[in-house]
Design a protein around this ligand. Structure first.
Ligand SMILES: [Zn+2]
Length: 547
């Protein structure tokens, strides 16, 4: 092998198994991009991976040692984030040119999560394990440090349901992959359980005059002694099933799936929900003593019923059991924690919606980049929050995830700067300006469609032409990568939807089939919710109807 086709890497932290894994990730990502062998070598290294205990644990530094570039982390996790920065700022155009970025970087937000809503046979539920592992590694390179999934009680009759074991294995798989990478695993619990729960322990449906809270799932009344025992017993069972892998964060969820409007439980957010969450924290800490707890206030005071104020008063009496408060809404951020303060002065997390806005089915037309919207919402909260868990339905909003993760890393980084780094690394630096224009037009089309305004047909034609032009410019690797393909197909489908004859043309159908393939969707399904996440191919079938 010629010297120039080998890249030598010294690992100054090889006693850490995670550091060895970080080297494997670095090797894999470089070798995937360029014909070069990346090998571990004790001397003559061009890259050094090191641990530096004087850095904060999640921080990294990239500097020069002689002729080598050294990437140092305050911990193996910090090293992973540093390798992400190194990879993105290196060049792969013909020859590998190691990053010239130099400096030290420490994340601003302590909890940079991502919530994978693994249901409806979406990508998270059905993707093969190697794809999932690789995707979580990719997010880690951009700074994620916690992954949340739910056990889907909503779809199951009880623990003996034939689907219960596969679903449990899915949750266990996410926990294992996440924790093996040194990231935190988060699971959510509340009063919503199996659909087979007895009628007499069911919750009283919530009043929902604004139609924003929802009454999904099978909520149980914790004020009913039998219902209470049912909730605690099932949560214990779930914790037992995870006890050999581990859980780092426990999230208590309020509404949509959750809630009870009986006299004992109302107002849910500051009464029944709080009592139950406090007790579940104690129960789950029997299994995982180091567990951190997160209380969601999603849809508190919708309508106003004093839930925020009630939470503040409860936290004044006892905040010991709680570590974070999470807040958000469908649109603008709730006013209470921003203007009056976070109950218990706890760190505040957000829950940005990156999946559903401006597209239906979710991901059905490919990528849904929303940089302007996410920037606007971020500006409302960026100085107040300590992180968050964006809500994700699939890989089609990869761009939105990266924007949020980098906001968490550096509050003042702009969506545009993040996109520039993403485009240069995932596609090619040559197309940065055109890809930015394309993303801007796709977002404007989605916004017009969401607001039921006419979509500018000339703009979607321009977007489509631009996408084809970029496509021709890209190196083969980028042209074939799913990240680019979902963006390009979105431009194709927008043209057919808004400036053509609809989705029945051969080209539109081909695009939908390709998306179905990338997202592992089912063309024929028994799942009555699958159509929510399946590209809208006319010949696709939902045998059990559509909910
Ligand atoms: Zn109740």
């Amino acid at each position: 092998m010629k010297e120039s086709s080998e890249l030598k890497v010294k690992i100054d932290a090889s006693s850490h198994s995670l550091a060895a894994k970080v080297f494997q990730i670095l090797k894999d990502r470089i070798e995937q991009r360029i014909a070069i062998a990346v090998n571990e070598a004790p001397s003559g290294a061009q890259i050094i991976l090191a641990l530096c205990p004087d850095l904060p644990p999640e921080a990294f530094r990239i500097d020069q040692v002689g002729t080598a570039v050294r990437v140092a982390g305050g911990s193996p996790q910090g090293l992973l984030y540093g390798v992400g920065k190194f990879l993105r700022t290196s060049k792969y155009d013909g020859a590998f040119v190691p990053s010239t970025w130099r400096g030290t970087s420490t994340p601003h937000c302590s909890l940079r999560g991502m919530y994978f809503a693994s249901h409806f046979h979406n990508w998270y539920q059905v993707a093969p394990e190697p794809e999932i592992r690789r995707y979580i590694e990719d997010l880690a390179l951009w700074g994620v440090n916690a992954i949340k999934v739910c056990f889907p009680f909503i779809n199951l009759t009880d623990w003996d349901d034939p689907e219960a074991e596969p679903m449990l294995e899915m949750v266990r798989r996410y926990a294992r992959i996440t924790r093996n990478l040194g990231l935190g695993f988060c699971i959510s619990v509340n009063n919503t359980l199996f659909k087979g729960a007895a009628k007499q322990i069911r919750a009283v449906p919530l009043p929902d005059p604004t139609h924003r809270r929802g009454n999904s799932g099978n909520p149980i009344c914790p004020g009913n002694p039998e219902g209470h025992a049912y909730i605690i017993g099932n949560v214990r069972h779930l914790m037992e099933q995870l006890s050999d892998i581990g859980v780092n964060y426990l999230m208590f969820w309020t509404y949509d799936e959750g809630g009870c409007a009986c006299e004992k439980c109302m107002p849910w957010g500051s009464n029944g929900f709080l009592k139950l969450s406090r007790e579940l924290a104690q129960v789950c800490r029997e299994y995982f003593p180091e567990l951190k707890t997160i209380l969601s206030t999603w849809m508190f005071d919708t309508p106003p019923e004093g839930e925020w104020q009630g939470l503040t008063e409860a936290m004044e009496r006892d905040a010991e059991w709680l570590d974070y408060v999470l807040a958000d809404s469908h649109d603008d951020f709730p006013v209470y924690p921003l203007e009056i303060g976070v109950p218990g002065n706890l760190p505040l997390l957000n829950f940005p919606e990156i999946s559903m806005w401006g597209n239906w089915p979710w991901g059905g037309y490919g990528a849904n980049p929303l940089p302007s919207r996410l920037q606007r919402l971020w500006n409302q909260v960026k100085h107040k929050i300590a992180g968050g868990f964006p809500y994700s339905e699939g890989i089609y909003e990869d761009l939105n995830k990266i924007i949020e993760l980098q906001f968490y890393w550096d509050r003042d980084r702009t969506a545009r700067a993040i996109l520039e780094e993403y485009i240069a690394y995932e596609f090619s630096p040559v197309v940065t300006s055109d890809a930015l224009s394309l993303i801007d037009m796709l977002e404007r089309a989605a916004a017009a469609s969401y607001q039921k305004q006419p979509v500018d047909s000339q703009m979607v034609r321009r977007a489509s032409h631009l996408a084809e032009m970029v496509d021709r410019t890209l190196p083969d690797r980028a042209r074939g990568s799913w990240r680019w393909v979902i963006l390009r197909l979105r431009a194709v489908l927008d043209r057919h939807r808004f400036a053509g004859k609809g989705l029945n043309s051969m080209q539109a159908e081909e695009a939908l089939v390709r998306l179905i393939d990338l997202f592992h969707c089912q063309i024929e399904t028994e799942d009555p919710y699958h159509h929510r996440v399946r590209p809208p191919l006319a010949r696709a079938i939902s045998r059990c109807g559509e909910c």
